[in-house]
Ligand binder design. Structure first.
Ligand code: SAH
Ligand code: SF4
Ligand code: F3S
Length: 470
């Protein structure tokens, strides 16, 4: 048994890790033939991508997949810790699973993902959820075949979570959710330690993948017909810092652009690490999409400082303007937290002012949620829940206004859309534009996975309508 420990997670500074090529012993292959798994994923793209690997691993073991929990022989929850409601959802589902397990003794249940890295969660599972068969952390989920075996052999709950970051595992099996859009990890973990955030504890220190491994993965995706890659990391702009002295995200983006894959996206960017060279490269290559997610979190310098964000409103705005000026047609989206401890009405107004200046194309807005173990959770928080909800409401009202305004500017224009699928309505397709806007459009015999020019006919707050014209 290995239990998570935030003290270890916090203090592991100079880290050592190996690159390991995933290899599964023959004895595990098809061991669970004809068994079904229900896999539920919460949280960010990183977790969705991990789930694609978990699926790949389980398929090698012989598992098939079902959307019906009642039919499953194995239930895996790939969890998220970012806010309290993510916790609540996972625990809510565990409550339902408990009942299921009462009638289905052979059902196996496992928990992985970020919640598995939290001491408080693991202690609760051990003490109150004895029916959970295993808990496996973010650094070692590739050991799933071993943990399933151990659970069977010892017939008791297994907890295998490491607080020091794990090795980099290459060549893990994968079952991707899309046949034309792919996530590619470029960096794991985060070293920023924003005071409110749990990710550095659950995902460990920054570890970049070697550029050769990334480029090889993308070459293979191109051979398989993929049209779009999203380079993933908690902070992609820190790429390479731990590995190379003269190779950063700018150089990586340039090398990926030269593969000629039609679309490249990357997320998430931290404003602190965004340099001019990166902007130049994004502006230079047509296949790097003009769409940047640049979380600001707050428009008040006092709050930004308390959040440990390492930039000011002014330096953020300078970067923002540079992007808008140098990258043609650039859409910028953001994340904003309201109700951080000590946020006064004046601070919140500064956030609204900043939104009115930036007029974001998209924004994810959140009420601050204290995470046990983070420095911000120890700050005095005397803003009422009502006041926080009020601020969120006002903020949403403001950001939504600009989504619609920006979308309206596209009416009458032809924009490129990567076709994701066909909707329930006949002859209606949907996909995303170069600037990452959802477009619903009509057309005849359009191939899923192709990129088509769509004439925009109408704009809504969160989507565009259009048609493909000859
Ligand atoms: N690595 C990314 C963000 C990961 S989390 C980045 O730094 O941009 C996604 C978003 O969740 C954050 O940008 C932040 O706005 C929000 N978030 C993180 N911790 C939070 C907390 N404790 N309460 C509320 N929102 C939080
Ligand atoms: Fe969390 Fe900050 Fe790291 Fe983003 S940069 S994952 S908000 S600590
Ligand atoms: Fe959640 Fe972990 Fe992602 S906390 S947002 S699943 S990195």
């Amino acid at each position: 048994m290995h239990l998570p420990d935030f003290k270890v997670a916090r203090t592991s500074n100079k880290i050592e890790y190996k690159k390991i090529r995933y290899n599964i012993e023959d004895k595990y292959k098809n061991k669970y033939k004809d068994k079904l798994c229900y896999l539920r994923t919460y949280g960010c793209q990183m977790n969705e991508h991990d789930s694609e690997n978990i699926k790949g691993i389980l398929e090698e073991l012989g598992y098939g997949f079902t959307d019906d929990m009642d039919k499953a022989d194995l239930i895996v929850l790939n969890t998220c810790s970012i806010r309290e409601n993510a916790h609540n959802k996972a625990f809510g589902l565990l409550g339902r699973i408990k009942h299921l397990k009462e009638t289905k003794k052979d059902l196996k249940v496992g928990l992985c993902g970020c919640m598995a890295q939290e001491e408080i969660v693991v202690n609760t599972i051990i003490n109150k959820y004895p029916f959970v068969n295993f808990v496996i952390g973010t650094h070692n989920f590739y050991e799933l075949p071993l943990i399933l075996e151990k659970n069977e052999e010892e017939n008791k709950q297994q907890v295998e979570v490491y607080s020091r970051e794990g090795d980099l595992i290459e060549d893990m099996p994968i079952d991707r959710a899309s046949k034309h859009k792919a996530y590619v990890n470029i960096i794991y973990g985060c070293d920023k330690f924003c005071t409110y955030c749990i990710v550095p504890y659950t995902r460990g220190r920054q570890r970049s993948r070697e550029k050769e491994d990334i480029l090889k993965e993308i070459d293979n995706l191109i051979k398989d017909g993929y049209k779009e890659v999203t380079l993933l990391g908690q902070n992609v702009n820190a790429y390479g810092k731990d590995l190379y002295s003269d190779y950063s995200l700018a150089e990586l983006l340039e090398d990926v652009a030269k593969t000629n894959i039609p679309r490249i996206r990357f997320m998430t960017s931290h404003p602190w690490d965004f340099n001019d060279k990166m902007i130049e490269v994004i502006a230079k290559y047509k296949n790097i999409m003009p769409s940047i997610h640049l979380p600001v979190q707050s428009g008040s310098n006092r709050i930004l400082k308390l959040m440990g964000r390492r930039y000011t409103k002014e330096s953020y705005l300078t970067l923002f303007s540079k992007m808008k000026e140098l990258i043609p047609n650039c859409a910028i989206s953001t994340d904003i937290i309201v109700g951080f401890p000590g946020e006064e009405e004046e601070d919140f107004k500064e956030t609204l002012d900043l939104v009115n200046t930036c007029k974001y194309d998209n924004a994810y807005t959140f009420i601050y949620s204290p995470r046990v173990g983070t420095p911000a959770s120890r700050l005095k928080d005397d803003i009422s829940k009502e006041e926080k909800e009020n601020r969120l409401y006002k903020l949403n009202d403001t950001v939504n206004k600009y989504f619609k305004e920006n979308n309206l500017k596209l009416v009458g224009k032809k924009i490129p859309v990567l076709v994701d699928g066909i909707s329930d309505k006949k002859n209606e397709y949907f996909g995303y534009s170069d600037t990452n806007k959802l477009v619903n459009f009509t057309g005849d015999n359009i191939e899923i996975g192709s990129i088509v020019d769509v004439l925009i006919t109408d704009a809504k707050t969160w989507s565009l309508d259009g048609k493909v014209s000859e």
